[in-house]
Write a protein that binds this ligand. Sequence first.
Ligand SMILES: Nc1ncnc2c1ncn2[C@@H]1O[C@H](COP(=O)(O)OP(=O)(O)OP(=O)(O)O)[C@@H](O)[C@H]1O
Length: 244
Amino acid sequence: MTTLVQTSGLERSYGAGESLVRAVDGIDLAVGEGEFVSVMGPSGCGKSTLLYLLAGLLPPSRGQITLGGQRVERLSRSAWARLRRRRIGFVFQSYNLVDNLTVLENLQLPGMLGGRSGRAARRRALTLLDELGVADKARATPGVLSGGQRQRVAVARALMNEPELLLADEPTGNLDSAATTEVLGLLRQSHRDGQAIVLVTHDPRVATAAQRLVTMRDGQVVDETMLTAGTGQKLHLSDVVDNS
Ligand SMILES: Nc1ncnc2c1ncn2[C@@H]1O[C@H](COP(=O)(O)OP(=O)(O)OP(=O)(O)O)[C@@H](O)[C@H]1O
């Protein structure tokens, strides 16, 4: 498998002196093209920080990040923003949709920022909304949608520019069981279509949709388990008990 993203000695601290927190403390992680990796671990172990570092939303304190063969850890904010628009999709637990835009506009905008014409962005947005089962909500604003529908829209937005890497931070954290199943189905389908995914979750059911489970503790990777994709067959849930 060709490596898509790789970190080496990745570190990120917050604060200084006695209040210094080593949120990510020396992580070497490689994710292959089209690979689906989930990350679990107790609350505060650095999962979100790791994801934000991979997205260039936070600069590392130390270490390297290589994306598609390019060293990216020292890119400027604006260079990261350009790179993210083209190559990385991000799904947040709290959806982060723009409330005063319609669903269609929420997708069209990043599509246009990613280089599509208004018409092409609209076409792509409508196709995605259709594939993700929320086409009938295109003209609604996010406020009238259920949590599950909002997260479908957020996944669609993340996929607008056909990113090589989809990063998802607790995408089902605010959803009930039925909506979790729906969003998980979308991620699985997207992975079957060749999408590389790194997913942070507290939910073992969600984690086992991946091909590989990475367990973190205290800012470090303490275990990596290969899963039988989507079945969790090789996973012993007692090994990944989430203490949060
Ligand atoms: N902006 C910040 N300033 C200071 N400390 C922070 C900041 N963001 C995170 N931290 C600290 O860094 C550590 C890792 O936080 P992070 O949110 O990455 O963990 P997490 O595993 O994602 O937690 P959770 O599962 O609760 O979301 C925690 O101790 C947290 O309190």
